[in-house]
Design a protein around this ligand. Structure first.
Ligand code: F3S
Length: 571
């Protein structure tokens, strides 16, 4: 047995001890983790099936959804949380989850943790002293070949007003929210807090079936937190993320009806606090459209990429805790893409494939997200995409990677030229996306083992009015097959508009089903066997969240599948 101590850098303070769980991988805690059992459920992840409860989890970084902090909060409530994180790349969502759940998080070990720590070792993490102690059963020579940096953790400079709020002048709730923002920002190198004007929190709903088989009591306990999120007055543009329940049709989608009054209570409380409960992942479809340069605090991962990349607004990737704290205090820590120098592209993607539909754009995003990781990519060879294609690009990028934005040269407001995208510097790497790569993404996301399809899903991210119009057109003169559920999720406002124009009725008369406020991955009410969808994000999470096989295909093909209940391989 050997014991070796390594120096490291504190990201989030505290101390903890546990057995190590180690893999050089990125983890999406939303969709890839079950907070009720504490297990990693992402199919194909090296940690698939492993339990994080009580463990020191050693991994590269988080990826994907903004729901990481929400999932770890639920794991904490159910007693299934890990005790500490060791990350080799520091990302904002991992840091936020640890700040909110008071888990120690360290990075920059003086060794390669994937070589020096093995699953099953006993690991003591003392983040405050910057020490990780590893006790292993075998004789393992110590390796200290990495440089540990002290930065970027310097105390943030606060204005007199901010200091007063931190000292409790505006009450303990605001002080606690500010503490969270300061700790989060300091870990990520922020030197100051800046005013925020537009927020999108994500925890303003009853979790409902998003927790699989979570007991009602666990959901009830998590509500204390949701209520606290709407306890303070908010004085800025504030719309909230999608919910786990279609409040218009709770029975139809099998919601636990005991939770409906709580959902309505949240709606009332939010109205009083000044938050618009739009319950959509796509606030820009319902009038919350930030302008260039506006500082925002948005949660939904695709929307973060969309407003940074296509509107020129500025938001880092937020979890609910930080977006709520921003709403309550009016400040956010200035780090990451809030600063111009950090919006510089690092990776060049030369697009040679011809993109003929929105799903093709999603495939591009999935490829780029994987290649980029946390780096900001710049894409060349593209014409300006329509809104629906841009959203698929952003959603897919945020599914396979963790970059908060991308540049399309000639399209992104601050990247009229390559030189602007790279801020006068050279790319670290150049990668090509050609027809073969496009075909590979389609193939990699097709998990079906047969042609019969029982579920066709549109509306991830939430459908725009244009998508509703196009689906209605594609269905004209046809009928959804009796063996198929064809579902479209959209914001309530889009449903109302689509109804006034008659498109929603056309879809319903053809056998389609509308869901508002939510989506199947949030409000799972049935377990399909095999799904067809044009949405990369849903296709990717289908196995983990819906437990079904998936076929990824453009909208028109999906409509054909909906009317025939069969997938026909393209020639
Ligand atoms: Fe929106 Fe649900 Fe997709 S919240 S982005 S439709 S997974």
């Amino acid at each position: 047995m050997t014991t070796q101590a390594y120096r490291c850098r504190r990201a989030v303070g505290g101390a903890a001890e546990g057995r190590a769980l180690v893999a050089d991988t990125r983890i999406s805690f939303w969709g890839g983790f079950d907070p009720v059992t504490g297990r990693i459920v992402e199919v194909g992840n090296p940690l698939e099936g492993e339990c994080v409860t009580g463990k020191v989890v050693v991994f590269r970084s988080t990826k994907g959804s903004s729901g990481t902090s929400r999932m770890l909060r639920l794991a904490n409530i159910s007693g299934k949380a890990p005790v500490a994180f060791i990350n080799t790349e520091l990302d904002e969502l991992s840091v936020l989850a640890c700040v909110a759940q008071r888990l120690p998080l360290v990075t920059d070990l003086e060794c390669d943790p994937f070589e020096s720590i093995r699953t099953g070792d006993v690991v003591k993490v003392d983040a405050d002293r910057g020490i990780v102690q590893v006790t292993s059963a075998d004789d393992r020579p110590p390796k200290s070949d990495h440089k540990t940096t002290d930065g970027p953790r310097t105390p943030m400079g606060l204005t007199d007003n901010q200091q007063k709020v931190l000292d409790g002048a505006d009450g303990p709730v605001r002080a606690e929210h500010l503490r969270c923002l300061i700790e989060w920002g300091e870990a990520l190198g922020a030197e100051r807090l800046v005013p925020v004007e537009n927020v999108m929190p994500s925890g303003l709903y009853v979790p409902n079936h998003s927790l699989g088989n979570a007991p009602f009591e666990l959901i009830e306990r998590s509500m204390e937190y949701s209520r606290s999120c709407v306890a303070e007055t908010v004085q800025m543009t504030a719309t909230c993320h999608a919910s786990c329940m279609d409040l218009e049709r709770p029975e139809q989608f099998g919601a636990d009806l005991r939770q409906v009054p709580t959902q309505r209570e949240l709606l009332d409380r939010a109205r009083q606090s000044g938050i618009s409960m739009t319950w959509t992942c796509a606030p820009y479809l319902v009038g919350n459209i930030p302008v260039k340069g506006q500082i925002c605090a948005w949660t939904e991962s695709h929307a973060v990429v969309y407003i940074n990349s296509f509107l020129g607004a500025r938001t880092t990737r937020h979890g609910n805790e930080s977006a709520t704290a921003a709403a309550v205090t009016g400040w956010v820590p200035e780090f990451g893409v809030l600063r111009t120098e950090n919006r510089r592209a690092r990776l060049l993607i030369e697009v040679e494939a011809t993109l003929t539909n929105d799903t093709d754009w999603g495939c591009l995003g999935f490829f780029v997200g994987k290649a980029a990781g946390l780096r900001i990519p710049a894409l060349t060879g593209l014409r300006p995409p329509r809104l629906e294609a841009a959203r698929q690009l952003c959603a897919a990028l945020a599914t396979s990677g963790g970059a908060p934005m991308l540049h399309i040269v000639g399209v992104t407001p601050e990247a009229p030229t390559m030189n602007d995208a790279f801020q006068g510097q050279a790319p670290d790497e150049t990668v090509t996306f050609g027809p073969a790569e496009l075909a590979d993404v389609y193939e990699s996301l097709r998990t079906h083992t047969g042609p019969e399809i029982d579920f066709v899903y549109f509306g991830c991210p939430h459908a725009s009015l244009q998508e509703v119009v196009e689906i209605a057109h594609a269905l004209r003169g046809k009928q959804v097959h009796a063996d198929v559920t064809m579902l479209i999720s959209m914001p309530y406002a889009i449903e109302m508009q689509g109804r006034r124009l008659g498109f929603v009725q056309e879809i319903e008369q053809a056998g389609g089903t509308i869901m508002t406020d939510s989506c199947p991955t949030n409000a799972l009410w049935r377990y399909p066997k095999r799904m067809a969808t044009p949405a990369i994000k849903t296709g990717f999470y289908a196995q983990n969240l819906l437990g079904c096989e998936a076929v990824l295909a453009p909208m028109e093909d999906c409509v054909r599948v909906a009317t025939s209940a069969r997938w026909h391989e393209p020639r």
